[in-house]
Ligand binder design. Sequence first.
Ligand SMILES: [Fe+2]
Length: 152
Amino acid sequence: MTSKDNSKAALIDSLNGLLADTFALYVKTKNFHWHVRGPQFHDLHLLFDAQAAEVFGLTDLIAERVRKLGGTTLTSIGAIGAKATIKDEDDTSLDAMAMVKALFDDNTAYVATLKATKELAGEAGDNATDGVIDDWTDQAEQRAWFLREIIA
Ligand SMILES: [Fe+2]
């Protein structure tokens, strides 16, 4: 393989990891939308739903970037689980603020993954991925900001 092929393969792998984390973050945010309780229920229930919808909206865009690059992408829940770095949270009695904190941490980590993927897009000379990741990063930073201001 040429170094160009290597950098493209690394980018495809990174995009598939990003896609797995996007699905994981979507389900986790929706999980908190369903299970949150306490005095801030109404606001958090709505915020988590809006954030989950935004995250879900990225999944098709990321998967289709992989296909446009000639790679294959994720095929199943199993494939998502094998590649995701965002941790499951199966404790339905988690405190509302602990949910906000967990999603803040996850969205902050997600920003770091986006930046690493952008770096690889640059190395692979993939201008389209390089450019579109800026929008995805701005969205993730906005989610992290909204969550951070609740914790403060
Ligand atoms: Fe709902």
